[in-house]
Design a protein around this ligand. Sequence first.
Ligand SMILES: Nc1nc2c(c(=O)[nH]1)N[C@H]1C(S)=C(S)[C@@H](COP(=O)(O)O)O[C@H]1N2
Ligand SMILES: [Mo]
Length: 317
Amino acid sequence: MLIRHPHDIPPSDITDPAHYAARRKFIQTLLLAGGAGALGMAHGNPLDSVPGASLGKLQSSPLSLTDEKATPLKSVTGYGNFYEFGPDKESPAKHAHRLRTRPWSITVDGEVKTAKTFAIEDILKWAPLEERIYRMRCVEGWSAVIPWAGFPFSELLKRVEPTGNAKFVEFWTLSDPEQMPFTRIPFLDWPYMEAIRLDEALHPLTILAVGMYGETMPKQNGAPIRLVVPWKYGFKGAKSIVRIRFVEKQPETTWTKAGPEEYGFYSNVNPDVPHRRWSQSHERRLGEFFKRKTLPFNGYAEQVASLYAGMDLRKHF
Ligand SMILES: Nc1nc2c(c(=O)[nH]1)N[C@H]1C(S)=C(S)[C@@H](COP(=O)(O)O)O[C@H]1N2
Ligand SMILES: [Mo]
């Protein structure tokens, strides 16, 4: 794959240079072919809910970290991955304003008794929003401590009835080329879809997040609603979700399709299992200079290791 690399190594050092140049050229050609218009870049919709609006009082949670300070908001909004808006870490901050987050709904289908569609306004009323301060770790080697606002995924199960066949849950991101210009370029299998086991989804640490730092979700971080699974690499946390599908069989996902040797289905943070092209033993917190050691399950081993009892985690990476 050509778009993943530890953030502190110049991309040109680790990506086949010919390949890299070819991609750059391709994107440049598209841009030259008609500027933003060719990529369908639209302007923001004034009817959007305002990202950055206060969420008011949030419930505190015993699942929050208490001993680590939050990464500055600016680092978390200014540097990240949201490939629908471009291949660079700065692309989401530059281009995600094109995302229209109202009207918005999530369709829940697959192995459920009755498929249902929920409007975001109703989803926001499902449960009191909790603050969950979590350690987050990107597969590329950067990490952050983020105070999310959201509710446990299990709230969804009070509103839909999965059948006995439901074993996995897929999370699908919006894929609209008018708003997300880079979905016109097939460098990933759009729409972005990641999946986890149903029991992982039901673990109390797994949340659907609608905000961060006490405010509604910034568009570049996955407004209006995204998945957060703090013991897995960040790419499992699909942003801007429009569909949740329950399935029986372990699915191929965007990242297992992109590079099955590099991105396993489980993608639990594991300092002992290197990525094909780099070590996972250390990480750098956004805004910090020195690296720190990466912890098994991103520091959540005590809570989640039992989900994987008896599994060979080198094989199921
Ligand atoms: N739809 C979508 N979701 C996505 C991504 C993406 O490119 N598209 N990137 C993932 C990756 S690789 C990471 S590390 C996290 C980053 O989330 P953050 O920008 O809120 O830190 O989002 C994940 N969710
Ligand atoms: Mo990532």
